[in-house]
Ligand binder design. Structure first.
Ligand code: DAT
Ligand code: MG
Length: 159
């Protein structure tokens, strides 16, 4: 099972929550065959926002980004599957929804760079997925479970 167990951090941002898009976004990952192993509806405080977006501190959009991400509840998730981090990023589209292909989450659901509906760990930033999972979830909030239809997702799973 080892190559199917990559975990990645994903979050529906406050705009996505307000617009009622949690279900749509969760359904896309379920349909793809990924497995949810953690989910938390929560409010991000200033401190967590600074930690989460630490790499952007000092950039001109940083204060607006912190204001936005703390402006209402988010739905934080951990999804597991083969190549999960990169696959989720592909499903998200580009950072700017206006540059994102139709069929992607941002390309289908957003128009504005500052309110781009979803966060996913950067697959080009080694270890970002594990760091972000740890930042948002305690170990006992992640659930190990058998996804019975995984045998129909992965060819090398035993039927
Ligand atoms: P991503 O969310 O695709 O990983 P990122 O990590 O570069 O993108 O930036 C984090 C968020 O900051 C992004 O989702 C939206 C916002 N952002 C990035 N670049 C921006 C810019 N030039 N102007 C305004 N907001 C920006
Ligand atoms: Mg990023």
């Amino acid at each position: 099972m080892s190559h199917h167990d990559e975990r990645t951090f994903v979050m529906v941002k406050p705009d996505g929550v307000q617009r009622g898009l949690i279900g749509d976004i969760v359904a896309r990952f379920e349909d793809r065959g990924l497995k949810m192993v953690g989910g938390k509806f929560m409010q991000i405080d200033e401190e967590l926002a600074h930690e989460h977006y630490g790499e952007h501190e000092g950039k001109p959009f940083f204060d607006g980004l912190v204001d936005f991400i703390t402006s209402g509840p988010v739905f934080a998730m951990v999804w597991e599957g083969a190549d999960a981090t990169r696959q989720v990023r592909q499903m998200m589209g580009e950072t700017d929804p206006a540059e994102s292909a139709p069929g992607t989450i941002r390309g289908d659901l957003g128009l504005d760079l500052g309110q781009n509906v979803i966060h996913g760990s950067d697959h080009e930033d080694e270890g970002a997925n594990e760091r972000e999972i740890e930042l948002f979830f305690d170990e006992d909030e992640l659930v190990e479970w058998d996804q019975t239809d995984a045998v129909w997702v992965y060819e090398d799973e035993d039927h």
